[in-house]
Design a protein around this ligand. Structure first.
Ligand code: TXA
Ligand code: MG
Length: 310
């Protein structure tokens, strides 16, 4: 496949949309843009492509993948039961940053779902991403295009920094949302949130959905690992009243988040990387504000060095 890759300055394996489609059609892997973060894509019906996603990402096989679709017809390939509440969620929020967990169909290999009988499905809003899925004419599995447990990529350059020339990437600009999708599962007509995102609990409640409290399901979702998005240097997320802990750590730099949560989310991973590259340690304050901040606190809690300070 190397002959069809474009080498630009440095080590970037930048490919065009057409080249990406060819690679994916042939069962290869390409990093593609979405409105949330870049994804490491491969077609869902190619075992080789799916195995390579786990291998390239160094992802443990117990962590299932999200399948991305470009139209509602593709959903029938993936699930045997698209219940009315999930259909309503899809109508309100697709295409967009919402992933819906549904009972899997027999077409979906258990490698994708890590042995679960459910599959996570999302219809992204990013135009280029939609066109790629449409032309490959197959749902695409795509976890965030970063090594397992590390910071997710919200630009093509982040993918390059992470995989340095080992993975082809399509440039779709900086991601508009900037953090990963909200993941939900409908249980007896109620919406359970597996992972928070910029579609908040209140956004769904305002449209009449009954949303369960995150703690109400005894079984934790597979995406609920405590350490994730970890930068290379110590990062502290601090409650104002734990400030004294920082007093002897003069070399820590304060990182001020933007006031607007959408802007803070959009720039979150870029700024997290910047802090990690330019400081020997840094900190920021967590506020009591929830709503659209919840997903941001979730990511920062997992990225932070000490879990007892917030
Ligand atoms: O915005 C996003 O969701 C991005 C873009 C590329 O679409 N993707 C993403 O994928 O964040 P990933 O693999 O980094 O995170 C997917 C999460 C994992 O934590 C996984 O555990 C969870 O989705 N997941 C996958 N299948 C699931 C299932 N059947 N039930 C519950 N959680 C599931
Ligand atoms: Mg990820």
């Amino acid at each position: 496949m190397i002959h069809c890759l474009l080498y630009t300055e440095g080590r970037i394996l930048l490919v065009s949309k057409t080249q990406a489609i060819d690679i994916l059609k042939g069962g290869g892997n390409v990093a593609i843009p979405t409105e949330t973060v870049y994804g490491l894509a491969g077609r869902y019906d190619s075992l080789k492509a799916v195995e390579n996603i786990f291998r390239i990402k160094q992802r443990p096989s117990f962590d299932p993948l999200i399948c991305h679709i470009s139209n509602l017809e593709q959903i029938d390939l993936l699930t045997k039961n698209f219940d009315p509440t999930s259909q309503r969620l899809a109508k309100e929020f697709w295409p967009g940053p919402l992933t819906i967990v549904l009972p899997k169909s027999k077409n979906v290999d258990s490698l994708i779902t890590a042995g679960l009988d459910t599959v996570a499905i999302r219809m992204p809003k990013h135009r280029l991403c939609q066109e790629i899925i449409e032309e490959v004419a197959s749902p695409l599995c795509a976890p965030s295009a970063n090594y397992f447990g590390k910071t997710s990529p919200s630009s093509m350059q982040h993918v390059e920094t992470e995989f340095g020339g080992k993975l082809a990437v399509v440039d779709g600009g900086d991601c508009e949302i900037g953090i990963e999708s909200t993941i939900v599962e409908v249980i007896d007509g109620q919406v359970f949130i597996h992972r928070s995102g910029m579609i908040s609990k209140a956004d769904m409640e305002n449209l009449g959905f009954e949303v369960l409290d995150r703690k109400s399901k005894s079984a934790q979702g597979p995406g609920s690992m405590q350490d994730h998005y970890m930068p290379k240097v110590p990062f502290y997320l601090i409650k104002e009243n734990k400030k004294q802990y920082l007093e002897n750590k003069e070399r820590l730099k304060e990182w001020k988040l933007e006031d607007d949560p959408y802007l803070a989310a959009r720039n979150l991973y870029k700024n997290l990387r910047h802090q990690a590259e330019t400081t020997s340690g840094f900190y920021t304050y967590i506020s009591d504000e929830d709503g659209h901040w919840e997903a941001i606190w979730d990511r920062l809690k997992k990225a932070s060095y000490r879990k007892d300070l917030f």
